[in-house]
Design a protein around this ligand. Sequence first.
Ligand code: GLC
Ligand code: MG
Length: 531
Amino acid sequence: MNNTHQWWQAGVVYQIYPRSFQDSDGDGVGDLPGITSRLDYLHWLGVDAIWLSPIYPSPMADFGYDVADYTGVNPLFGRLADFDRLLALAHARGIRVLLDLVPNHSSDEHPWFVDARASRQSAYRDWYIWRDPAPDGGLPNNWLSHFGGPAWSLDAATGQYYLHLFDPKQPDLNWRNPAVRAAIYDAMRFWFRKGVDGFRVDVIWMLIKHPDLLDNPPDPSWTPDQPPQDRLKRVYDQHQPEVHAVIRELRAVADEFEERVLIGEIYLPVEDLVAYYGLQLDEVHLPFNFNLVKLKAWNAQAVRELVERYEAALPAGGWPNWVLGNHDQPRIASRVGQPQATLAQMLLLTLRGTPTLYYGDEIGMEDVPIPPAQVVDPQGLRTPGYGRDPERTPMQWDAAPGAGFTTGTPWLPFAKDYTSRNVTAQRANLRSLLALTRHLLGLRRASQALSLGSYASIETGNRDVFAYLRTYEYERLLVVLNFGAALVRLDLRAVGERGSLAACTLMNQTGPVALAELDLRPYEGLVIVVT
Ligand code: GLC
Ligand code: MG
């Protein structure tokens, strides 16, 4: 495997939510020059790639996931020249840049949709999904928007409904229409020619819908405490067999260029997820694996079971990947608490496969409660209690009034703890989560066992401990994670007699360890080079 692996296999991806990373002009919204000014931080941290959530022109009904021009830059974020500069300076530091591609839907303000809704005869009409009202004048079928309410809105002027799996301002494009495909492929080429290293593809498993738009059946596992839009099983509006042919085309476009990567956003259990590698490994390079995010119980047994199921489900040659958080999910530190979040960071950065880090998780940023009157996320507005603003608050750089993020008023409030939980404070503290993250990223880069090696679970005899071995040729790294609140002593002589400590979540131990009597404190994780 030496030298034959792709950069994104050994690499680590860092997700930036552009509105919240760094503001450069005092308008309270992050922007491209802001990101550029933080490249040295990202380089210091040691990430290999950044993925930017959408930067395109957009009315911001879904904060950029409603694209009005696939080959432009939103003036809120800067100009195309600012992007070119960011790309060049990132590349100069060895950092690749991935953009977000949002092909499932455009903004209703995209010229395509403006034209499409102007008349039934529009050349763009069939670029979207239109249906006549039901005989009683009602909705064409029972599909529900992910944000809440029906997935159809009536266009009164032309008398038909259009489909939107998300906001009414995000009409779904008709991927059965070859013209739509060609237009999006050209947009991809535009960015690839500039040197963009790849795309994270938004809701890629939803691109094709059942041809007959059949009603979705009720989901028997739904309970009334869950969002009402989840009461139907999404059988016919996502994960259709024909989507794979489309994804193969997207991949072929990426393959026209060298060393580009496609990462697909797909929320599916591991057994279904792996289909998106493609039968010939000709679909996305990395179907995002969100199963750690969706895990119901956070404990050693549940995590181990998931890792083993995923490892077993992967197709030959399919490269794994892991995620703990993103802009749509409650933050890991809020889901599991700070001590467990530190352990989770060690897990993420030592499992086999490409990790994606969400901005701010390296300092343990938490969800910020947003008072109802300040909710801006369309999902939070339509389904109160399920808003995504809490995990999108500005990056906490320092203890100054604007948190080092802005000189103006931030578009979302800062966390209350930002004066203590920030990058500057944690850079000065060798036992911080930031220091651990940087240390683990450095270790990963230096160790082929960690970045490329094989994976094997280890029996520890303790149900609170999850341990595994990463091996590459003669290099063996043992990872031992104590998910429990009690001290544990393990006998791991089955792995080896002794080792030397390479990382510790509590960051206060180094040197040789005896595997016969290995002690772990509550929520402690260790990486041990087996000697
Ligand atoms: C994806 C994005 C999410 C967005 C939705 C619609 O799930 O991650 O933020 O709202 O797609 O584009
Ligand atoms: Mg700004």
